[in-house]
Design a protein around this ligand. Structure first.
Ligand SMILES: Nc1ncnc2c1ncn2[C@@H]1O[C@H](COP(=O)(O)OP(=O)(O)OP(=O)(O)O)[C@@H](O)[C@H]1O
Length: 204
């Protein structure tokens, strides 16, 4: 497993956000994306995960090798915790949700509808889905939002275990997850402001 990103430029809403981002990640490594609000961490993760096209550059790993956990939990409200996990597990050709239930402390909540979970419990369920994908590269956007201290530690252990078994992770977060990781500050990669075209200038 190796993720090599070269000369990657990406846009949001048609506006270039980041230019010439590059890094290399091998099995067992995690990369923490840093930078101020609005710098483009979500945009970069979405591009790496294949949810939007890059303006230019290369990403060595195909989207099929990546599991992406976004800001939104994306849960099925009327399905139970176990049913939500099974729904996802079957997409990835497995019925085994036990490691996901156990790894994210969801065993006692297995029968509860997702809509009746607390915010932190919903977040744990959203993250537990990573374990049923079997995909080697995790892309995680602010994964610890709503998590209490114990759940952050639980999540940190889940990522550390994933790394130990040859996985990799790219994580946009402002907090320390308790394992060693590289970090990449995106500030130097901020795209230059676009030059106004003649039409815009005529109206200024
Ligand atoms: N749908 C959109 N249309 C146009 N611009 C957008 C859209 N969504 C986000 N942006 C802009 O793109 C830029 C990058 O946003 P992005 O969400 O990637 O930043 P971020 O680093 O993840 O921020 P945060 O730390 O606040 O989550 C920001 O300036 C933002 O305002």
């Amino acid at each position: 497993m190796e993720l090599v990103v070269n000369n990657l430029s990406c846009a949001r809403g048609g506006v270039p956000v980041l230019e010439r981002v590059g890094f290399r990640l091998t099995a067992g490594q995690a990369l923490m994306l840093r930078g101020p609000n609005g710098i483009g961490k979500t945009t970069l993760l979405r591009t790496l995960a294949g949810l939007q096209p890059a303006l230019e550059g290369q990403i060595s790993s195909p989207p099929e090798s990546i599991a992406y956990a976004a800001h939104a939990d994306g849960l099925k409200a009327t399905l139970s915790v176990a049913e939500n996990l099974l729904f996802w597990a079957r997409i990835f050709d497995t019925n085994d949700i036990t490691p996901a239930l156990e790894g994210f402390d969801l065993v006692d909540l297995a029968g509860r509808q997702a809509q009746n979970l607390s915010a932190g419990q919903k977040r744990r369920l959203g993250l537990a889905r990573l374990l049923v994908t079997g995909r080697p590269i995790w892309m995680l956007d602010e994964p610890t939002v709503s998590l209490d201290t114990a759940s952050v530690a639980l999540f940190g252990r889940a990522v550390a275990a994933h790394l130990k078994t040859g996985g990799a992770a790219v994580i946009a977060t402002h907090i320390d997850l308790g394992f060693s990781a590289q970090s990449l500050d995106l500030t130097p990669f901020r795209a230059a402001p676009q030059k106004l075209n003649d039409f815009d200038e005529a109206f200024l």
